[in-house]
Design a protein around this ligand. Structure first.
Ligand SMILES: NC(=O)c1ccc[n+]([C@@H]2O[C@H](COP(=O)([O-])OP(=O)(O)OC[C@H]3O[C@@H](n4cnc5c(N)ncnc54)[C@H](O)[C@@H]3O)[C@@H](O)[C@H]2O)c1
Length: 251
């Protein structure tokens, strides 16, 4: 049995995870953590870890960067593993996750869907083969409630492609401000916001007279919830260190 603390339990993702876990025999939500302490499921919700019981294996965090420090301090002091899914973290916060991974197992991914992580391995392969003759552009689309742009996933895809390329690319987010041709060295990253789009990421390799597009569409938030529960089970009992979806896909 994997005992989870669900941080951000009363948010959209927290509610999807609560529903999925309620049908599982091998995962249990020990308690929820949220500033909104409404009890909606059969677990208690706390806004202060000091009031909560002990004995969890792992924290799954889908909350807000504002409670990042509290979560990291809790995991360090109680030696609890962490699945960090909240996006929009600063570079300093990402560095703090790396430091935490010296003490406990930390699973971090800006996108918990297995499909997006497969897309990343495909676009890395494409980028290494096509880099000399194709222009690379990323278009991401999300619902009209999303605050950060471009998405953490679009940046994760760009960073993974950049790792593959011989020359470090320049990320270009806005072609409106400057009137000049695209250079070979760019990755264009565009954000579209509207309606209830759950999440689309389209990587375009545009060459002479041919275009390759590799695209992932999330049809519901369940794909992220399923991935994060898989991640929680995966890191439970693992030694301290940094883990991501590649570790799960390699199994
Ligand atoms: N990694 C992924 O695959 C993935 C997928 C979907 C969403 N996300 C990210 O997960 C996060 C949550 O997404 P959501 O759609 O559920 O958001 P949401 O706004 O619906 O839920 C956030 C929850 O966190 C709680 N919260 C906010 N600030 C808090 C604080 N300071 N202390 C305690 N609780 C606090 C809120 O009360 C709310 O219940 C976002 O950062 C989102 O981008 C990541």
């Amino acid at each position: 049995m994997t005992n989870i603390i669900l941080s951000g339990c009363n948010g959209k993702m927290g509610q999807v995870i609560s529903r999925l876990v309620s049908d599982m025999d091998d995962v249990n939500i020990l308690f929820g953590y949220d500033i909104n302490t409404d009890k909606k499921w059969d677990y208690e919700v706390y806004s202060d870890f000091a009031d909560a019981p002990e004995g969890a294996d792992v924290v799954i965090d889908f909350s807000h960067p504002a409670c990042f420090d509290t979560i990291v301090d809790y995991c360090r002091s109680t030696k609890t593993a962490l699945v960090m899914a909240t996006t929009g973290l600063s570079n300093e916060q990402k560095q703090m996750l790396t430091e935490l991974s010296g003490d406990v197992a930390v699973f971090f991914s800006a996108n918990m869907s297995l499909g997006v992580n497969l897309l990343i391995s495909l676009v890395k392969k494409a980028a290494s083969l096509l880099e000399d003759s194709f222009d690379i552009e990323i278009i991401e689309k999300h619902h009209n409630q999303k605050i950060d742009a471009p998405s953490g996933t679009a940046l994760m895809i760009a960073d993974e492609i950049a790792d593959t390329l011989t020359n470090a690319p320049e990320y270009v987010y806005d072609r409106h401000a400057v009137r000049k041709k695209r250079t070979k060295n760019e990755i264009g990253i565009q954000a579209v916001r509207g309606g209830t789009i759950v999440g689309e990421h389209d990587v375009i390799f545009a060459g002479n007279d041919e275009i390759i597009e590799i695209k992932h569409t999330a049809m519901s938030k369940e794909v992220f919830a399923v991935g994060s529960i898989k991640a929680a089970k995966f890191i439970t009992g693992k030694p301290a260190g940094m883990y991501d979806m590649k570790n799960i896909m390699d199994v």
